[in-house]
Design a protein around this ligand. Structure first.
Ligand SMILES: C[S@@+](CC[C@H](N)C(=O)[O-])C[C@H]1O[C@@H](n2cnc3c(N)ncnc32)[C@H](O)[C@@H]1O
Length: 286
């Protein structure tokens, strides 16, 4: 396990997920997020295999999921992003834990894939959302409201909301469990590495919904660094790792620090970080 980069808010390791998670004290993480390899035979780097038997994949997944549950503090949130095929088994495993409560299966719309014989076209990724205990520590629905769409030219509403416009919360619409407004990371200027960089908007929602400034986010499969980047941008502390090189994540964090990371279009009415409140000097919660 190698500490590859630090900021005043976070620590980035090159490490195997289990070794990394075992180094974290129990109950010290506020939100855990994982976007693991999907066992689809992808090449992420020199280390690890993304092509193992289903049984091996699930045994390995349950080992890191158990660690995720251990490191979460009371009321903390656990998010796991994966294919529905794996999430059904993950859910079964997590449901067997008395410490957890199921909150949501979030469907994240993805572009249609090529036709597959005898199958419907897979058109969403899933994201499980559990909490430790029965009550979430933070569930800030106002931070992730969807702005009511208005015409850029005349300022009038674009939709009629079935005649119920006057009952809508003026702060914006409630976020649902179907996210069909996440733009794909396609443009080269947003890509810091080729394989599977998640859209920052997904992490932005996860973090804004379930944490406050200064809270700790943990991601053991950080890849191109999306979780660290968004946590940093939102003034949250973070602990992240990846088995393979984290050089792309370091470049992103450095670009953010230098003010030259490309801005992403927020899907939330994001509250900007409070730069001057001293949170940047807080020690890591470890
Ligand atoms: C789907 S990618 C994550 C992408 C990331 N969410 C992003 O936005 O860039 C999965 C990552 O898991 C890493 N990985 C694979 N096996 C691992 C292990 N045993 N421990 C830690 N990371 C691992 C891979 O190197 C890869 O970067």
């Amino acid at each position: 396990m190698r500490l590859a980069h630090t900021t005043s808010l976070g620590q980035l390791y090159e490490a195997d997920c289990l070794e990394f998670l075992k180094s974290i004290d129990s109950g010290t993480v506020h939100t855990f997020f994982a976007d693991p390899p999907f066992n689809l035979g992808k090449k992420y780097g020199r280390k690890g295999s993304d092509s193992i038997s289903d049984a091996q994949y699930l045994t390995w997944s349950y080992a890191w999921l158990d660690e995720a549950v251990r490191v979460l503090g009371p009321g903390g949130a656990l998010f796991v992003y994966n294919l529905p095929k794996w999430l059904i088994s993950y859910g079964n495993h997590l449901n067997s834990k008395a410490a957890l409560s199921f909150k949501h299966w979030i469907a994240i719309d993805k572009a249609h894939s090529l036709p597959i014989p005898n199958r419907l076209s897979p058109s969403h990724y899933g994201m499980l959302y559990y909490i430790k205990g029965e009550k979430p520590r933070v569930f800030d629905r106002d931070a992730v409201r969807i702005p009511i769409a208005v015409c850029r030219h005349c300022g009038r509403d674009i939709k009629d909301y079935g005649g119920h416009r006057k009952y809508l919360n003026p702060k914006g619409l409630n976020l649902s469990d179907v996210w069909d407004d996440i733009p794909p990371v396609r443009h080269r200027k947003y890509k810091y590495r080729t394989p599977n960089e998640l859209a920052p908007q997904i992490l932005e929602r996860v973090i804004l919904l379930t944490t406050r400034e200064e809270d700790v986010i943990c991601d053991p499969f950080v890849g191109g660094g999306t979780t660290a980047l968004v946590a940093e941008r939102l003034n949250r502390r973070w602990l992240c790792a990846d088995l393979n090189t984290v050089s792309a994540a370091i470049r992103r964090l450095t670009d953010l620090d230098n003010g030259c990371h490309p801005k992403w279009r927020s899907t939330s009415k994001t509250r900007l970080p409070l730069e001057d409140q001293g949170v940047r000097n807080l020690p890591l919660f470890r």
